[in-house]
Design a protein around this ligand. Structure first.
Ligand SMILES: [Zn+2]
Length: 273
């Protein structure tokens, strides 16, 4: 079993305090200057992304302004012949920025570019089990690198937006990794505001993560996708998808985890119906 990385015994109080000290440096405050949002872009979002349609007005306003900041600061580049359209730009940026509403902050400054591939792609994964090295081809929908690069499959970016109730959203997943990686460590704990918050994070997430791993090992059906049992970093990204797309069930089954994520993301998706 993989320990939750900030679980008891792996990172002590001193490390928690130093994580806390990075808070100010890594999460600069964002001041938003209100600017007009193109009507065509609003139409794209209304048509392609049910969550946008459900958002309360003040969150929708914030999301639009954050989308403009995103498109100004972060380059979106197509590869393998994919031509970047307004639909690709807006749907990518807005889904990512859902993670930032109500937070007065932005993604870490090291996040500079997003590469969009037409569809899922294969990559070689190197495994090492008991000193034995092996290689296998895996299907990849997206990736988030610690140096601030995000790679996304456009097919899955689009379908992830279109189905807002299946608990799967590629863009939320990869950009949640960016929040987790903002302090330089992909450990399943984003930057939080106080040592007490880290303690609460550690306590709630360790418990649910261990429980999810046990259920997956038993072959039981789980609300949080079993990919979340891979490691704490995947747990954070997968729970983020569940939180925004299956809030009712998450709150019902894991109320303490729902509250933790509602406090972190500063929103209550349950009220967006
Ligand atoms: Zn992931």
């Amino acid at each position: 079993m993989i320990e939750y990385l900030i679980g008891a015994g792996t990172i002590g109080a001193a490390a928690l305090a130093s994580k806390f000290l990075q808070f100010e440096q890594a999460q600069p405050t964002l001041k938003i200057h209100h600017r007009p949002f193109p009507l065509e872009w609003r139409e794209i979002l209304k048509e392609k992304w049910p969550i946008y349609r459900r958002l309360p007005e003040n969150l929708r306003d914030q999301l639009e302004q954050l989308t403009l900041v995103f498109l100004e600061r972060i380059e979106i580049r197509g590869v393998e012949g994919l031509e970047i359209t307004d639909e690709i730009r807006v749907l990518t940026a807005s889904q990512a920025c859902l993670l930032l509403v109500n937070q007065n902050t932005f993604f870490p400054a090291k996040l500079k570019s997003v590469v969009i591939r037409p569809s899922a792609y294969t990559a070689t994964q190197h495994d090492s089990v008991g000193g034995v090295q092996s290689e296998r081809e895996i299907l990849v929908l997206g990736q988030s690198w610690e140096n601030g690069l995000v790679v996304l499959s456009w097919d899955n970016t689009r379908t992830g937006a279109a189905n807002a109730k299946d608990g799967r959203n590629l863009v939320l997943h990869e950009f949640a990794h960016q929040l987790d990686q903002a302090d330089g460590q992909a450990d399943g704990a984003p930057i939080l505001g106080s040592p007490e918050q880290y303690e609460r994070w550690q306590s709630v997430c360790s418990r649910v993560f261990a429980d999810l791993q046990a259920k997956v090992n038993e072959g039981d059906k789980t609300l949080i996708d079993e990919y979340g049992a891979t490691n704490p970093a995947e747990f954070f990204s997968v729970v983020t998808e569940t939180f925004f797309e299956k809030p009712y069930y998450l709150k019902k089954k894991r109320p303490e985890l729902y509250e933790l994520f509602a406090d972190y993301y500063q929103v209550d998706p349950l009220t967006w119906t």
